[in-house]
Structure formats: C-alpha cells, structure tokens
Design a protein around this ligand. Sequence first.
Ligand code: G
Ligand code: MN
Length: 264
Amino acid sequence: MDRAIRQALQKRELVLHYQPIVSPRGYSIVAFEALLRWQHPQRGLIGPMEFLPALEKLGFMYQVGNFVLHEGLRQFGRWLPMLDPHVVLNINISAAQLSHSGFAEMVRTELEGANVPASRLVLELTETVLFARTKRLKDEFAALEALGVRFVIDDFGTGYGSYDYLKHFPIHGVKIDKHFMHAIGHNLIVKAIVKSIIGLARDLDFDVTAEGIETPQQLKQLNELGTPNIQGFLFHRPQSAAAVEKLACNGWLTHPPVTIEAAG
Ligand code: G
Ligand code: MN
C-alpha cells in the first residue's frame, strides 16, 4: 500500500470528485464538496477510507490536503461564472494542515490564484481538530476568518459530545454525520439526537447540512425534525468535474427526482 500510494502521487492518480449539497426548498444546489478519490489504473475509483491511513502514516496528509485545496479552488474558479452568487465550495481540512503555520496565508494565495472570493470558500473540519486549543490554531483561525473564509464542523455528533469548543472558534455551521441518517427511521435515540442538533444549530444561527440522505423516507423523517440542507445519494452522488459540467448544461438539475415527490 505504501509503495502504491507513493506511485499514485507521482503518477497524479489522486483526483477530485464533487458532490452537490442542495437546499431543502426547491433542491437547488447551494454548495459543492470536493472529495478525494484514487483513480487506480486497475482497480478503478477508490474512496479515501482505503488510502487515507496510508497517506497519514507516510506523512503525506499536509501535501495531499494542499493539493485538494489547490485543485478544488482552480476548478471552482472555472465554474464560478456559471453559478448563482450564493453557491460555495466545501473543502475538507485535516489537523496536519491547520497546525502548519502559514496555512491561512497559503489559503489566501490559493484563493487569489484561482480568482475565488474568500466568501465562497467553506472549510470542513472535524471536532477532533478543534480539541487542540493552541494559540497557533486560534491564530490561523483568526487569520482565515479575517479573510472571510467560513468553517463548518464535519461529521457533527460523532465526537466526544462536548460542544465547548464552539465558544472558542468562529464556526458557521455543522454537518450532521451520515450514520445518523441511516438509523433515523427506526431508532428513537438517533431521531432525538438529530432533532437536538438541528435545534442547537438554529439557536446558534448556524447553517445545518444533513449528510447521507439516500431514500425519500429518510428525507421525510428529516423534514419532520427541521429542514437542513441536504447532501446524499438521493440527490447527487460525488461526480467528476466533467459530470458536474454536464449538470450545468442541464440547468443544474434543480428539480427533485420524481421518487421524492411520490413520497411527499
Ligand atoms: O466525512 P465526510 O462527510 O467528508 O464524508 C463524505 C463522504 O460521504 C464522501 O466520500 C461521499 O462519497 C460519502 N457520501 C455522500 N453522500 C452519501 C450518501 O448518501 N450515502 C453514503 N453512504 N455515503 C455518502
Ligand atoms: Mn466532509
């Protein structure tokens, strides 16, 4: 695996796919999340769960994270003229990147190079990244916030259950972990957790996105608890830049799939 991943980096086999996030009303696209994939010559497309541990072990997280930021912003910059002014790009950021001094400065340079306003960039972080409440982390955050970049907590609800860090960082929103969505229809505890996250987020004036919506039933359950933005296979799978451009040619497919209306 280690050797394969080194070769993949050399041969530029790591690519980005993009998954749209839609609004609860009209299901129009409000964001694209850039997602790392390995385009393997024999095995086809491989998800990050399979190769991120190897990247981490080899100490490549910083380098690859920066590739995602660079490539994602360049691509989004090319789409920008076709998009509504509120549509943003979501990029996943690792602890390795944020703890590197000069990260904020690099983000600024990348935004400039791609001609993307800072207000169109959302950085996704996991709760664990924010436990290290070091001065440097706070400084990087402050610098990014001053640029106008926003932050959302990814996989929200799966951390250690302390929301204390919310006081210390300029957080703009949360993404409810997809595992909750899998059980929302048949587990009362999960349902209560999702309801409380949406309530918390509303009180704090946060953006909320529910991840992993795969069925009309899940969407219906979710809408009974609140109406967050939606990311999931029911609407859009992660897809190549070329496929996203086809969506653009079709007016971004803002209409809901027929199955949802039927379940209405
Ligand atoms: O941790 P993070 O939220 O960044 O993970 C995003 C991952 O979730 C992506 O790899 C994407 O392929 C996957 N994903 C997106 N939508 C769905 C969905 O509806 N169901 C499932 N099972 N996975 C999804
Ligand atoms: Mn994410």
